[in-house]
Design a protein around this ligand. Structure first.
Ligand SMILES: Cc1ncc(COP(=O)(O)O)c(C=O)c1O
Length: 354
């Protein structure tokens, strides 16, 4: 068997996306919520799951959850699709739109899975570097939209890894100019307080993605897609029927019941973000960018792969970024608990001074 002949060219050309090791002491690489569910809530959740019929398939399409989540967002269930994490919904979008020659337009740097999933689904991926303020380079993007008519555009809002929200007017201009879908990925909206939800019914081509991964449920893989019912009818043909398992459906309902407790943890993360940002500002050779997400992106005067390795030896995991078109090197650090952030800052200070 010759795998080189069997596997798609786009897949062969990729390096495998390595989800990072998780056995480190302080895990600040994946933008998770550092706080576990309070024990009393965990007990309540598990009690709810205790009598679930594990021998039965889950409710296909999670109708009850879609209805509840839709109500929170001011739409009916036909505007909502659930996914096994928002990653899966990105895949459903790409797979549905990947006609021969179809194009995906993304800014860069941004969430890496847009590119990987787009390529794997056969989309022709076009990347457009952000401007110096890490905002969308509107003239270049509008030119690409006019010339290439991308079927799909992903905009992470706030953007990962940079931590800022692109300007609203630029996103609106892209929505107006684009003949294809414009996906505003609001994975971090609980930290920014900003959303395009009020625009959902105004723009037929607007799709919003949400996830519960960043608010405390990363293990449960629960994502939501919001978009026009006619579009969702088509996307539903691509979605696997039982994509959200029964335990996750129950846990998502529990999240909606107990949202204030989850949001209280978000407030704590936002408080810690302020402290972490100030501490980073005080280190020579480190230049953090303002963030409205649960992570901070900073440039580092030292070789970031070296700093990454040194931190890892101390059991601290972060994410280094080197881009061929930018001379600076960067690290993205997730906002952890106060103790985790302090340990990270102490170690970073040492390694940057060395
Ligand atoms: C911008 C963005 N979108 C989507 C995701 C994926 O989230 P999920 O865990 O729901 O698949 C992430 C995860 O890091 C992300 O940063």
């Amino acid at each position: 068997m010759d795998l080189g002949k069997l596997i798609k060219r786009e897949v062969l050309a990729q390096k495998a996306y390595a989800a990072e090791i998780t056995t480190c002491r302080i895990k600040l690489d994946a933008n998770e919520n550092p706080y576990p569910l309070q024990p009393s809530l965990q007990e309540k959740l598990f009690a709810r799951m205790k009598d679930m019929a594990l021998n039965r398939y889950p409710d296909p399409g999670a109708p009850a959850l879609r209805k509840r989540y839709g109500a929170v967002c001011g739409v009916d269930e036909n505007w909502v699709m659930t996914g096994n994490g928002s990653d899966e919904l990105i895949q459903v979008l790409c797979a549905s739109l990947a006609r021969p020659g179809a194009k995906l337009l993304i800014p860069t740097p941004t969430f890496v899975m847009y590119r990987i999933i787009g390529l794997n689904c056969g989309l022709d991926v076009m990347e457009c570097p952000l401007d110096d303020a890490f905002d969308l380079d509107l003239p270049v993007m509008l030119d690409k939209i006019a010339a290439e008519s991308p079927a799909l555009i992903f905009l992470s809002y706030p953007n990962s890894p940079t931590g800022n929200c692109f300007s609203e007017e630029r996103i609106r201009a892209i929505l107006e100019a684009s003949p294809g879908l414009v996906v505003v990925d609001e994975a971090y909206c609980n930290f920014s307080g900003k959303t395009f939800l009020p625009q959902l019914k105004r723009f037929q081509n607007l799709v919003i993605l949400r996830t519960l991964s960043k608010v405390g449920y990363a293990a449960l893989r629960i994502g939501f897609l919001l978009g026009a019912p006619a579009l969702l009818q088509e996307l539903n043909k691509v979605r696997l029927p039982y994509n959200l398992n029964s335990l996750s459906q129950a846990a998502a309902g529990f999240f909606l019941d107990e949202e204030p407790a989850f949001l209280e943890q978000i407030d704590r993360v936002v408080e810690e973000r302020k402290k972490l940002f100030a501490a980073l500002q005080n280190i020579d050779g480190i230049d953090p960018y303002p963030s409205v997400a649960n992570f901070i992106f900073f440039s580092c005067a030292r070789n970031v792969n070296h700093v990454y390795e040194q931190l890892l030896r101390k059991g601290i995991l972060v994410k280094p970024f080197v881009f061929p078109w930018i001379s600076q090197q960067f690290i993205r650090v997730t906002v952890g608990s106060r103790e985790e952030n302090e340990a990270f800052i102490e170690a970073l200070k040492r390694f940057v001074a060395e």
